[in-house]
Design a protein around this ligand. Structure first.
Ligand code: ASP
Length: 315
């Protein structure tokens, strides 16, 4: 029996206390807290890591505050195209979807791909057809409409700019004020199994079928019982180029680094070297947790069988 742990994130970036109202801060914190309670209960009741991370992501996708599921950002065409991935470290099974529309919980669809298809990664219309075949819950466009995401998109939709989350009118502003709202979870269950999951609406005003790191196994999401489970958030292009999540696993496997050391190298050295802003959460097979970000803040939470139970936003 090992210690069991769940970590969650709701995105990283320039999240500053002075930009936040007390009400909004409370709403974020209670969303994180509630997600932790529900997903930790899965582990406490003897559930698996993969079921715990899925439970966490479903709640975060249903919460309009986060850029995933219901709260997903608008694309250039004014719709939501969502990406998600889940990986089970026990047998390296994985499922991922990209550019799916009207799927209430893209993580459920990623789970279907993992469990009930011969494939790992489905995209676009094909992924939507598979959702219908598997009976995954769909929602009309209105379900995904939120006024603040719409306003944020309206302010840049006539430009070629894209934005990682929240309001950015110009590229300079985007570079100065980056925020990311992707959601993720990693867990170690009482049997020492690891799992990771990540879900996102991607970037506001994205086009050409742009896909970020979140659904890419090895870039934004990775789990392997021999090393670690990792879920990333940040400027996806850099995380793809750094193969960030798998690099943490490699540093542990081939160089013998601890989880924390490996995460530090990837986030604070390798990603910074290519201006990759963001962060990641991780857990190893002994239930040790890691949490590293090179941005001003990251919505995050951790709960484990040793009694740690924390949510936080700022550095
Ligand atoms: N990594 C995500 C992407 O590039 C964005 C985020 O983390 O919020 O799609």
């Amino acid at each position: 029996m090992s210690d069991f742990t769940i970590l969650i994130h709701g995105g990283a970036g320039t999240i500053l206390k002075e930009d936040m109202t007390p009400e909004l801060e409370l709403a974020y914190l209670s969303g994180l807290q509630q997600t932790l309670q529900v997903s930790y209960a899965v582990l406490e009741e003897g559930g698996t890591a993969v079921n715990a991370v899925k439970a966490a992501i479903v709640l975060l996708e249903d919460n309009v505050l986060f850029n995933a599921g219901k709260g997903s950002v608008f694309t250039k065409k004014g719709v939501q195209e969502m990406d998600a991935a889940i990986m089970d470290g026990m047998d390296l099974s994985a499922g991922a979807v990209a550019g799916v529309r009207n799927v209430r919980n893209p993580i459920e669809l990623a789970m279907e791909v993992m469990r009930n298809s011969n494939h790992v990664f489905l995209s676009g219309k094909g992924a939507n057809d598979f959702a219908i075949k598997q009976g995954v819950k769909l929602e009309p466009d209105e379900y995904f409409f939120s006024q603040f995401r719409y306003d944020q998109w309206k302010s840049i939709r006539d430009s070629d700019n894209y934005s990682l989350d929240h309001t950015h009118h110009h590229l300079e502003e985007l570079l100065r004020d980056k925020k990311f709202g992707t959601v993720g979870a990693v867990a170690c269950d009482r049997f020492g199994n690891l799992a990771a999951a990540t879900s996102t609406g991607g970037m506001t005003n994205k086009k050409y079928g742009r896909i970020g790191d979140s659904p890419m196994i090895g870039a934004g999401t990775y789990a392997n019982n021999q090393t670690c489970a990792i879920s990333c958030t940040g400027h996806g292009e850099m995380f793809i180029r750094a193969v960030a999540a798998y690099d943490v696993s490699c540093l542990m496997e081939y160089k013998g680094l601890s989880l924390q050391e490996a995460m530090d190298v990837v986030v604070n050295e390798k990603l910074i070297a290519i201006q990759g802003e963001g962060g990641m959460i991780g857990v190893d097979g002994a239930g040790n947790a890691g949490l590293v970000f090179n941005s001003a803040g990251m919505y995050r939470g951790i709960k484990n069988s040793k009694g740690i139970d924390q949510v936080a936003i700022y550095k």
